[in-house]
Design a protein around this ligand. Sequence first.
Ligand SMILES: [Zn+2]
Length: 245
Amino acid sequence: MEQEFESLISLQEIDKKLISLKKELNQIPLKLKEIEDKRKKNQEELSKAKEKLIANQKKRKELELEVQSLKEKVSKYKKQLYEVKTNKEYASMLKEIEFTEGEIEKLEEKIIEELLNADEIQAEIKKAEEINQRENNKLQEEEQKIKSKREKILNEIEELNKERKELIPKVPKNYLELYEKIFSKKNGIVLSPVSDEFCSVCNMRIRPQMLNELKSNKDLIFCENCGRILYWVGKPASEKKKKRA
Ligand SMILES: [Zn+2]
């Protein structure tokens, strides 16, 4: 029984490794997506700042055009000053010029304000670009690490599958059928090594009579609680007896 059972233990070891590797592999797409999301977010920050600058430039252009058109108005009025016939007309024209020049002044103040805003936005863009550069380098490194990890996991899985394929013919058919039956019900953990008096998977105490049978290693013994196959990995029964003697 012992040697045949060894093949089952080896099979379980391979499957345990496969289970944990596949778990790790399943997490990789999520990790890559997280990186992609961070990258997008950084890019968005930069785009937002750039859009702000474009809006600022547009605003400035509009104000400048307005100023220009008012200045043209003023120079037209000034020419008309020579053509007016009455003092009243002259006075009202002067008032009009004064008012328009006041408007121009207000607009020019606004332009200066927008220029100051532009400086701030430029600084924002520069900062966002720096952060982007730094973060993207870090993200790229992280991404590369994850991708090589994936490569490594895939290679290990391939290797283990090969080992498994070679091992399967060495496992007795009745053992294999039992193994597969428990495997699907118990998330792939079929065997429970025992080194004291507890099932190492579900921690249920094993009855003394069963424990003795387990130590003698003659028959397959199942955990009464979780149904897994128990096997003894503690000190051999004989050795213990000798020590007590
Ligand atoms: Zn158990």
